[in-house]
Design a protein around this ligand. Structure first.
Ligand code: 4AD
Ligand code: MG
Length: 461
């Protein structure tokens, strides 16, 4: 029976026969004995395989090189070496797949993250990406666990849609019409009535609108799926394809929405601290010496809550000079968000009640008629990690907002039915999953926390 490296390293049962399969990280030694570091991805650590020269002459080990895949049989014994408690005294080594040392791109020495991005198809075999992908998995699992334990239902929203949930026009078109010479209407526009769905469609930017329908039927729901934005932002915080978690709760108002966001984020970070200790320790040591301290700080301290208007006052009083000046009504730039979180309050911040002009059409208007019940959660090193709001539940007010913002009501008639029939206060938010993984792993670039990043001019893998 085959064991994983994780099982073997945790095993108390020594001096028994074991079988393990994995990939060679390194091989070193002398003419009497060779040491093979074998990794199978189940944990950060390798298991050491000891091959005595009397059983394994060098010519039998010539294909045991970095990157090769092996099956190893042997005895699990206590290890004399430091850094590991057990090792395998090999009795049989089979090379399942060779890796030519001349052409295998991953060598023993460390590689830069930039180089690894160019070989995204092989980088899961490095310690760093193994760690990131295991943490990513743990966080995804924790998302489902949190909501399941709290009585939320997971709702699947469509990826191909005919609407623009954010009204921001950042959509990737989905079409089967020929690129050259598509059918055109009398006015010369591409005629999507002749397309596959009989109308123009795009990849979803958010599952929120469909999530709202579900919340007004099931009460507490969440979505967790891929979302797409054709925004040309070549930054370390943006992807063209990212995963978003969007809870939506009937009868919740802004205050409860904030409580949910804070509790949820703390739960996720705590889950990673409790379940990914080895991987986080590795990332802390190699990439960000403050990582563990920062994660614990977030779990242990209340987030700072204030309104956009109060934040603008703080920023106007700041000693620091900003590249973009701040005035009531302007959208905050990441330099402003980071000032608030990292310099002024020195903790996560929830900003609320933004001017209606800079937020989406569906947010509930405040009594002053100038601001909306929006909330953004800002995190150290990240900036905006969550965006959400209490929703406008009043049909007339919502229609007025849509008209003001040129959102076509006839295309969203199905959505407006929620306000026509049994409307109710409700609220929700979107957590950018990769921004969460970025925060928890301490990586610097969002392209390094998703296996196959999509960004402008990059969809190779
Ligand atoms: O603030 P956003 O655009 O809000 C929405 O999409 C709402 N429909 C959510 C809701 O209320 N249900 O996006 C939400 C979050 C952001 O805070 C950010 O973390 C992430 O999604 N995000 C991105 N992450 C990576 N790359 C991008 N291009 C992102 N755009 C947004
Ligand atoms: Mg936002």
């Amino acid at each position: 029976k085959r064991s994983t490296v994780q099982q073997l390293l945790a095993s108390q049962e020594l001096d028994r026969e074991v079988l393990v399969k994995g990939w060679v990280r390194t091989r070193r030694g002398n003419k009497y004995v060779q040491f093979i570091a074998l990794n199978d991805g189940s944990v950060l650590h390798n298991i050491q395989v000891v091959a005595a020269a009397e059983n394994f002459p060098e010519e039998n080990l010539k294909d045991v090189a970095t990157g090769a895949c092996l099956a190893v049989r042997g005895t699990l014994v206590a290890s004399q070496g430091k850094g590991q408690s057990v090792e395998i005294q090999a009795s049989e080594i089979t090379v399942l797949g060779k890796a030519d040392p001349e052409t295998y791109p991953l060598q023993k020495k460390g590689h830069s993250l930039e180089f690894l991005r160019e070989i995204a198809h092989l980088r899961p075999r490095t310690n760093t990406f193994g760690a990131v992908l295991r943490v990513r998995h743990a966080l995804a699992f924790a998302v489902h666990k949190y909501y399941n334990d709290n009585g939320f239902f997971y709702v699947h929203t469509p990826i191909i849609t005919g609407s623009d949930a954010e009204g921001a026009g950042q959509m990737f078109r989905v079409t089967t019409l020929p690129a050259d010479n598509p059918p055109r209407t009398e006015t010369g526009e591409v005629d999507y009535a002749q397309d596959f769905f009989g109308k123009a469609t795009n990849l979803t930017v958010s599952g929120q609108l469909e999530g709202e329908l579900a919340a007004l039927a099931l009460g507490k729901i969440y979505t967790f799926g891929p979302t797409f934005r054709a925004e040309n932002s070549n930054t370390a915080r943006h992807l063209a394809e990212f995963w978003m978690i969007e809870p939506e709760v009937a009868f919740n108002e802004l205050e409860e929405n904030m409580d949910l966001a804070e509790d949820f984020l703390k739960y996720l970070v705590r889950y990673a601290l409790d379940n990914c200790a080895d991987d986080l320790a590795f990332l802390n040591e190699h990439y960000d010496k403050e990582l563990l301290a920062r994660l614990r700080f977030v779990v242990d301290n209340d987030f700072q809550r204030l309104t956009y208007t109060e934040a603008v006052d703080v920023l106007k009083g700041a000693r620091q000079k900003f590249e973009f000046p701040v005035d009531w009504g302007t959208d905050l730039q990441s330099e402003h968000e980071r000032y608030l979180v990292e310099k002024h309050f020195k903790k996560p911040v929830i900003l609320t009640n933004y001017p209606k002009e800079i937020k989406a059409f569906y947010m509930k208007l405040d009594d002053d008629g100038r601001t909306v019940r929006a909330m953004d959660v800002l995190f150290p090193g990240i900036g905006e990690i969550i965006g959400g709001s209490q929703r406008e539940e009043d049909l007339e007010k919502l229609l007025a907002r849509m008209a003001e913002m040129h959102v076509p009501a006839e295309e969203l008639s199905w959505f407006l039915d929620t306000r026509r029939f049994g409307s109710a206060p409700h609220a929700g938010f979107g957590l950018g999953f990769e921004r969460l993984v970025l925060f928890v792993t301490g990586m610097a670039n969002i392209r390094d926390v998703i296996p196959f990043p999509r960004f402008p001019k990059n969809a190779e893998f």
